[in-house]
Design a binder for this molecule. Structure first.
Ligand code: FA5
Length: 341
């Protein structure tokens, strides 16, 4: 009898249950009326009276063992069903990798731009997004009440004294000139704000990269070569640049910077509206008044500055036709961009 009890016990241990069908098979084989455990109890009648108690106890233990295995596996299968898989869970398996986030296309392009300029000696400076009138306008030669201030519609936070969201990263230019002595060669990437209507090409929040170089003997040729170098590094070796006369209060002379259209290589297409050129920013030689207001002697030093819109450049690079996509944070859009190592 003892051998029979041990055999049934071993069979219970070995029985593998990974589905509800196998669970039912287990119940029928061991626990049902005609199963092996009730059969052991039937066999008890042939056991000598003095051994009955001990053997009865051993059979009871087998019954408890079978019932526990049945209950545990039933609960486990029930849980898995509730989770929808219907399969056994192996808690020792390593977990599935979670979804990993990526960089925003604006960050990717900003970092690419910064790297190109860092390789030719520019460092990176940052300034506050909430600016005072001096750094955003007055020190940059926008006199109070001058119509040039209307070039950049402003979100004011406080009036008198004026505190506003910066309208361009040129404000960082002023902060660097106030705190550092030439030679200065710095790049300031950052977010800017303008009280403008949102459309496919313009937003009220966007990003710029400002560049500033001040030293003895800096000329317009240096500006042109620097911008040409950037355009070729960023858009490709065959890219050309064009500087069109323009006006900014803080530079003289001033220019708009165009690059040959990266889509049609300057032949003319829908993106460049048939002109072969696309505008990516503004530039110019730092106005002597701006140098003077930051205590830099314009008789000794000269410099150039430029400012480019990161959204517009990213739109060109990835053929994106609506600036609003950058701000919607739709993962289907964002997942399409990978950092180029
Ligand atoms: C400026 O902001 C000057 N501070 C640039 C500059 C710096 C000139 C240093 C000279 C010397 P502008 O307003 O043109 O200039 O803006 C520069 C670039 O920002 C534009 O060429 C464009 O690429 C981008 N930009 C301007 N407005 C918007 C807008 N609403 N939405 C998206 N990008 C914009």
């Amino acid at each position: 009898m003892n051998a029979e009890i041990e055999k049934v016990k071993a069979e219970i241990g070995k029985f593998s249950i990974s589905s509800s069908e196998e669970l039912e098979k287990f119940r029928l084989e061991f626990l049902s009326k005609k199963g092996k455990v009730p059969a052991l109890f039937v066999g008890l009648k042939d056991v000598l009276p003095e051994e009955k108690r001990k053997v009865g106890q051993a059979i009871n233990e087998v019954k408890v063992l079978a019932q526990k295995k049945f209950d545990d596996q039933k609960a486990l299968l029930g849980n898995n069903k509730a989770q929808g898989s219907g399969e056994m869970v192996d808690p020792t398996l390593p977990s599935k990798p979670g979804q990993v986030g990526g960089s925003h296309p604006i960050s990717i392009v900003r970092d690419q731009m910064v790297k190109i300029f860092e390789r030719i000696g520019f460092n990176v400076s940052h300034g506050p997004e909430i600016e005072d009138d001096w750094h955003n306008f007055t020190a940059l030669n926008f006199p109070p009440d001058h119509p040039a201030r209307e070039m950049q519609d402003t979100f004011f936070i406080e009036k008198d004294p004026d505190i506003a969201l910066r309208t361009h990263t040129s404000s960082v230019q002023v902060r660097v000139m106030e705190n550092e002595k030439p030679p200065i060669r710095t790049l300031s990437p950052g977010r800017v704000f303008r009280n403008e209507a949102i459309s496919a090409r313009a937003h009220c929040i966007f990003h710029q990269v400002e560049g500033l170089y001040i030293n003895r003997g800096v000329s317009f040729v240096d500006l042109k070569q620097t911008l040409y170098h950037f355009a070729k590094e960023f858009f490709g070796e065959n890219t050309k640049i064009r500087l069109r006369p323009s006006f900014f209060p803080f530079t003289e002379p001033s220019a708009e910077l165009d690059v040959s259209c990266p889509f049609c290589n300057g032949k003319g297409c829908k993106i460049c509206k048939g002109t072969g050129w696309v505008e990516i920013g503004g530039a110019g030689m730092v106005d002597p008044r701006v140098l003077r207001s930051s205590n830099i002697d314009p008789d000794e030093y000269s410099g150039f500055a430029f400012g480019m819109g990161i959204e517009r450049i990213t739109m060109l690079k990835y053929q994106i036709n609506d600036i609003r996509l950058f701000f919607e944070n739709d993962v289907r859009f964002l997942q399409q961009f990978q950092r180029e190592i």
